[in-house]
Design a protein around this ligand. Structure first.
Ligand code: ADP
Length: 487
């Protein structure tokens, strides 16, 4: 059976735990380090005292007439030498024979035979344990007295040092849990206090539903990270709110547009059913019904394209496109319409402008613009298309008509979805106000731009600028809704 330790889920607890683990680790390392430094310093001090004591002992040693080693009589009165009583003293002959042991040492020894080189040319130092278990630091020194070589060993008990160390560690062990407990409590409270605003933001954000997108999170103005988070969240809400508003507007405009042809179909149908018309009259009724159906189909096609664009479902198929040829094809497509209104379509400009584009969508953009030019220009007017290689990197297509022009207050909005300058007149002419928004989307999908310059009574010029991109490179299709203005 294995026990798996899980990191707590709550951020506050996790923060506190990390902080406590770090603090505990630091405290343990610090305590162990301090204990080690103090311990080794005290031991070094003991050894130092032992060296001083050996120097004192050297001055007090002498041989009696019968060749016995003795420590001078005033040994006990001498203030410094008195301390030697409290330590362990042993004097050995070079052959290891014991010449002297002090009372404290009695029959215990400070190590048996002489170690090689012990006490020669300075002081030798080592640690050891006496037979009763007393831990000592032993200092040895060779000394010559009356022509005889001696080895003096003097030891200081290390027990007081170990005792002090144990006391220090015991006190630390006792204080450690108390300090950690207090730190954990303080850390937990602090993390709770810091995270409380996050909690508040989360519960506030949880209350914001699609119908309450106008609500915002409070920004305290402290300029800290949480304030920044609230600001970013609020900006996202603003964008969402705007998208929702546009979506609602689009749905309501679309329903409105669908209602008119449907109502017209219904009333034509009702007239057909109610009357006892001639064959010719019924043919006329069916004809006008089909006209409405065509309008409806056209609207549904445009709506479908917009919604596919919004969903990012349209993929452009790039290929090398000769813009002049594309313009010629578009003119050929709309020529019958122009002829109907006795208008002229003229094409001029650079014949070798090749760009990397999707011909289907680019043609659609041109058709929408040229169709408008024909639609809004009077009979007998001329519309000019011009293709120009503006730079080595861009191509410009301009469509200039001799129509009524657009008043300056309307120009910024003509690319908006369902926007028509003259609602009644445009409806009669068959437009839903979607043509330019689709054209704009197609141009922007090619990383190009579209602009309009117009004045009332002076005609209108649309200008499409497209990048060349001769090297095929993947271009992401922008979503229709990505433009600031609804299209
Ligand atoms: P519509 O289908 O109504 O033509 P568009 O999106 O194509 O919709 O155009 C939006 C509006 O811009 C039109 O309703 C019209 O009022 C105005 N407009 C577009 N092109 C021209 C033009 N060449 N001359 C005058 N007005 C234009």
């Amino acid at each position: 059976m294995s026990i798996q330790l899980k990191w707590p889920r709550r951020l506050g607890t996790r923060l506190t735990l990390s902080y406590i683990l770090l603090l505990a680790g630091t405290t343990l390392v610090f305590t162990a380090g301090t204990a080690a430094v103090v311990f080794f310093q005290m031991r070094a001090q003991l050894a130092h005292f032992a060296v001083q004591d050996i120097e004192t002992v050297e001055g007090l040693l002498s041989f009696t007439a019968d060749g016995k080693l003795k420590v001078r009589d005033d040994y006990h009165n001498h203030p410094e030498s008195k301390q030697i009583l409290e330590h362990f003293l042993e004097v050995l002959a070079p052959d290891g024979g014991v010449l002297y042991r002090n009372d404290r040492l009695t029959n215990r020894s400070l190590g048996a035979a002489l170690l090689p080189g012990e006490g020669i040319g300075g002081y030798s130092q080592r640690s050891g344990t006496l037979s009763d278990g007393t831990r000592v630091v032993i200092v040895s020194r060779r000394h010559t007295l009356a022509g005889r070589s001696l080895l003096i060993r003097l030891a200081h008990s290390e027990e007081p040092v170990f005792h002090a160390l144990e006391q220090f560690l015991a006190a630390a062990a006792l204080l450690f849990p108390l300090v950690m407990g207090a730190a954990a409590l303080a850390g937990y409270r602090m993390s709770r206090r810091i995270l409380q605003p996050v909690q508040n933001m989360a519960s506030r954000a949880g209350e914001i539903t699609s119908s309450r997108l106008h609500e915002r999170l409070p920004v305290n103005g402290t300029g800290d990270e949480l304030d920044h988070l609230a600001e970013v969240f609020n900006q996202t809400l603003t964008r969402l709110d705007e998208s929702f508003r546009q979506l609602k507007q689009f749905t309501s405009d679309a329903s409105h547009e669908l209602r008119t042809p449907l109502a017209s179909l219904r009333s034509v149908g009702e007239v057909g059913l109610a009357g006892n018309g001639t064959r010719e009259e019924y043919r006329e009724l069916i004809g006008s019904m089909l006209e409405e159906v065509n309008r409806l189909t056209h609207l549904v096609d445009e709506l479908l394209m917009i919604s596919r664009g919004d969903a990012g479902a349209i993929r452009l198929n790039y290929s090398a496109v000769d813009v002049f040829d594309l313009a010629r094809e578009t003119i050929a497509l709309l020529e019958p319409l122009a002829e109907e209104k006795k208008q002229r379509l003229v094409l001029a400009g650079d014949q070798d402008a090749i760009i990397n584009a999707d011909p289907v969508f680019l043609r659609q953009a041109l058709i929408n613009i040229l169709h408008n030019a024909i639609k809004y220009s009077p009979s007998g007017a001329t519309t000019s298309l011009r293709v120009a290689k503006e730079t080595s990197q861009s191509v410009v297509i301009s469509v200039q008509d001799a129509g009524p022009g657009i008043a300056p207050e309307h120009t910024p909005r003509i690319f908006d979805r369902f926007y028509r300058v003259d609602q009644g007149r445009s409806r009669d002419a068959g437009g839903f106000g979607l043509g330019l928004s689709i054209a704009q989307w197609a141009v922007e999908a090619h990383h190009g731009s579209i602009s309009v310059s117009s004045a009332r009574g002076e005609g209108t010029t649309f200008r499409i600028t497209l990048p060349v991109f001769l090297e095929p490179k993947p271009i992401e299709t922008p979503k229709l809704s990505a433009t600031q203005k609804p299209i």
